[in-house]
Design a protein around this ligand. Structure first.
Ligand code: CTP
Length: 388
């Protein structure tokens, strides 16, 4: 009776083994042993079969991996989708950074074409920053994988193919070219266009307008010096329209948006924490160089952003051009930055160094003293950090 049961069980096992494509010689060897097997031994054999099955499937997947390494492809490998976005990206602002963040989510890799100075001049007029400076700033953006300088204003299939890109991304505003046409119309027709939401309330034009007003006021002040006293009183009553009270009312950074820009990585116990502070108003290549060099000194870079009032006091009545919440977003978009202190103290204290576990304080002095007013310079904000 026991032998018959064993035979039945063994027959089932053989069928399973055959299904797995196991060597029939091995099965024959098993049959030879059958008559001598006890129940326990049969159970043991069943377990062995399960193990053999595991080993077969492991071996099969290893073979698959090896062959995909040899051919450079995998059965499950997904095509890398490359997106192309372009623009002027002059006087970079939080709307620009949000465009890059959104476009990066539409594919796997994001290529950013920075339009040439001459192309921009034809459509919008002269740029403030030159193409290479604009490229330098966006190269540091954490959502951009590749930057192509001096690109054409009108994106074409030829451009997408040249940079091996699948689609073109643009905000939901229409970019009109020299001929007054939607510059993305061709790509829309061939289905190689993806759209994201343009960020309301922030633009290069607004920042440039603030700069122009500063210029105009400076000219007006010069004129006042040369006027008689009655005219002088009239001129000096010019309303103060810029400065810390100039925070952009049309663009608000909600906690959600800050979270979308922020990094979640916490510093580890062994990380060397670097601290650098400043206004970091409209980001330019000098800021990027400072942040890159600061990050190179350690593992985790914290940027302390001074509040608008402080920036206003040490840089002069018209600054900052970007309000604190906009500056927070811009700095968080930079790949060298791990965290930001919103409204950092102007004078660095021992408490700040201890609380943030800072190993090195980088003084951004060289970058800001040129524009800093004398009183602020005399406060010697880095006095404490020199003593650590
Ligand atoms: N963009 C955006 N939100 C903004 C400003 C620009 O999403 N507030 C997007 C545009 O839709 C475009 C990209 O950023 O896809 C590059 O814009 P750019 O060429 O620099 O110029 P403009 O669209 O004219 O933006 P701005 O008015 O700020 O110069």
């Amino acid at each position: 009776m026991e032998v018959i049961e064993n035979l039945n069980r063994f027959a089932k096992l053989m069928a399973r083994l055959n299904k797995e494509g196991l060597d029939t010689e091995l099965i024959q060897m098993g049959i030879g042993q059958l008559g001598k097997m006890s129940d326990d031994e049969t159970i043991q054999l069943e377990n062995d079969v399960e193990q053999i099955k595991d080993q077969i499937s492991k071996h099969k997947s290893e073979l698959k991996d090896d062959s995909s390494k040899l051919t450079g492809t995998s059965m499950t490998e997904k095509k890398i989708v490359r997106g192309y976005i372009d623009g002027c990206y002059d006087l970079i602002h939080a709307g620009h950074y949000n465009s890059l963040r959104q476009a990066s989510k539409l594919g796997d890799r994001l290529v950013l074409g920075i339009n040439s100075d001459s192309e921009i001049e034809k459509v919008k007029g002269p740029t403030i920053f030159k193409c290479e400076e604009r490229c330098e700033v966006v190269r540091a953006c954490k959502w951009v994988d590749e930057v192509v300088p001096d690109t054409e204003y009108t994106p074409t299939e030829g451009i997408l193919d040249r940079y091996n890109c699948d689609f073109y991304a643009h905000g939901d505003d229409v970019a009109v070219n020299e001929s007054g046409e939607d510059s993305a119309s061709q790509l829309k027709k061939v289905g190689r266009f993806k759209m994201f939401k343009r960020t309301k309330g922030v633009s290069t034009t607004d920042i440039a307008a603030k700069l122009l007003r500063i210029h105009d006021e400076n000219v007006a002040k010069e004129e006042v010096k040369n006027l008689d006293s009655s005219a002088k009183s009239k001129k000096t009553s010019l309303p103060a329209v810029l400065g810390s009270h100039n925070a952009n009312p049309d663009f608000m950074a909600s906690a959600k948006r800050i979270a979308l820009f922020a990094n979640i990585r916490e510093p580890s116990d062994t990380d060397r924490i670097i601290y650098v502070d400043g206004a970091f108003d409209v980001l330019h290549p000098g800021h990027i160089e400072l942040l890159k060099n600061a990050k190179a000194l350690g593992d985790f870079l914290i940027v302390g952003l001074h509040e608008d009032q402080a920036v206003n006091q040490y840089m002069g009545e018209h600054y900052p051009l970007n309000a604190l919440h906009e500056r927070v977003l811009n700095v968080l978009a930079c790949k060298y930055v791990d965290d930001v202190i919103i409204g950092a103290p102007f004078k660095i204290t021992n408490k700040l160094i201890k609380d943030l576990n800072v190993s090195v304080v980088v003084k951004s002095w060289e970058y800001i003293t040129n524009s800093m007013i004398e009183e602020a310079r005399l406060m010697n904000p880095y006095e404490v950090s020199f003593r650590i």
